[in-house]
Design a protein around this ligand. Structure first.
Ligand code: NAD
Length: 373
């Protein structure tokens, strides 16, 4: 798949609510406390602190929240197992994980190709997700990352349909990722069908388990394996596995090797150990919080090394960070509901960081995470 040319967008939506970190931090902090109570987290859990934080992690906090989600899960109908997706490239699976920066693609160990730069939908409302996904597809993006817990899968589906209806792209050219939330691990089959229904898709390109913490992750992963067999999912993977042993525990108990691991990864937390570990399986790293995440981005944008390299290239700090991800072999899914930022974040295929610049950026690693889950 060839990445299309950038659309000439003149719209300048600046400082949408998604970019107002201070306001958001206040609201998020308040809602975190409310959410903890509402989530009914067991204080007897093995790692209460981790599970508490996890529970509020991606609880999207949009207008359409968990209630609507839960209803959708219950009411979900069986989806067709017929698929129309592109066929896996079996012959080249040995090359899994090698980034093609010219075409913006990577071959997964499942045999499917995946775009290396996409749009993240964390904390987008249904309508924001619809618009952002539509704008992204119009700008040339072909990878979309959402999750059942974001409460915006319907909006994502509508954005995709709008782009398809306008002839911007075909379903087969788009790579859609969603995640199975931990509460659903006990009935993964229903969770997959519900996501398909909400997204209004016949198949999902990649589904990943949202977090490693619940003890029934193997059971949930096996449901995804069944869905691969049924043609409902093309590739499957994991998110938030930070210990090689934890990753191996899941791999040893299951059949299909994870195609991808989505972990917090950015210049201050480069995930080097996990990246090296999963490479032996042909599993690729995908970065969440690629720009540091809401409320932390300015720390990275103002970093002297990053901002000086940006100035040298006539690019923004965000673009330099994203280019670093791609050259370092991390799939990146920056989140934004800001039309101008969405466009800016995709304009990273027209410059290259030198070896020296890559080394200077690699030297920024502090093993410092911005999130606690
Ligand atoms: P991010 O690092 O992409 O940063 C998002 C923040 O950066 C927002 O405040 C956004 O407004 C701002 N921003 C984006 N582009 C900008 C630009 N060009 N200039 C200035 N500001 C800009 O963090 P994120 O969105 O939380 O993470 C990316 C995606 O990863 C999410 O949208 C989601 O899809 C996924 N995610 C997954 C998990 C998980 O547990 N698996 C957790 C968090 C996020």
């Amino acid at each position: 798949m060839q990445l299309s040319e950038q659309a000439n967008i003149s719209c300048m939506v600046k400082g949408g609510i998604f970019d107002d970190a201070k306001t958001w931090d206040f609201v998020f902090g308040f809602l975190m406390i409310a959410s903890l109570g509402a989530c009914g987290i067991s204080q007897g859990a093995e790692s209460v602190e981790e599970r508490d934080t996890l529970a509020v992690d991606d609880s999207t906090l949009t207008e359409e929240g968990d209630d609507a989600d839960a209803e959708a899960v219950q009411e979900a109908e069986e989806v067709s197992s017929e698929t129309t997706g592109t066929a896996p490239n079996e012959q080249a699976v040995g090359d899994a994980g090698v980034f093609d920066l010219e075409n913006g693609m990577v071959l997964l160990n499942s045999g499917y190709e995946m775009p290396i730069l996409g749009i993240g939908c964390f904390r987008l409302s249904q309508s924001q997700a619809e618009d952002s996904v539509y704008w992204a597809l119009r700008d040339g993006y072909r990878l979309i990352d959402t999750a059942r817990i974001y409460g915006n899968e319907e909006g994502v589906g509508r954005g995709i349909q709008r782009a398809i209806d306008e002839g911007i792209c075909t379903r087969e050219e788009i790579f859609v990722t969603t995640k199975m939330w931990t509460d659903d691990f006990g009935d993964g089959d229903a969770a997959i069908d519900a996501s398909l229904s909400r997204l209004d898709l016949e198949y999902i390109d990649l589904m990943i388990l949202h977090h490693s913490q619940p003890s029934n992750d193997v059971e949930a992963y096996q449901a995804m394996e069944r869905a691969v067999e049924a043609g409902k999912l093309k590739s499957i993977g994991l998110s938030n596995y930070y210990e090689p042993e934890d990753f191996d525990r899941l791999v040893d108990a299951t059949t299909i090797t994870p195609a991808l691991l989505q972990n917090e990864t950015h210049p201050y937390h480069q995930s080097t150990v996990m990246k090296e570990h999963i490479a032996q399986y042909g599993t690729v790293m995908e970065s969440w919080f690629p720009l540091g995440g809401r409320g932390n981005t300015q720390v990275l944008f103002d970093d002297e090394t990053i901002s000086s390299i940006a100035t040298e290239h006539g690019k923004t700090s965000a673009q330099v960070i994203l280019r670093w991800h791609l050259q370092a072999g991390n799939i990146a899914i920056p989140g934004s509901s800001n039309e101008a930022h969405i466009q800016e974040n995709f304009e990273v295929f027209d410059f290259e960081l030198t070896e020296d610049e890559m080394q200077r950026l690699t030297a920024l690693d502090k093993d410092q995470r911005f999130a606690g889950y």
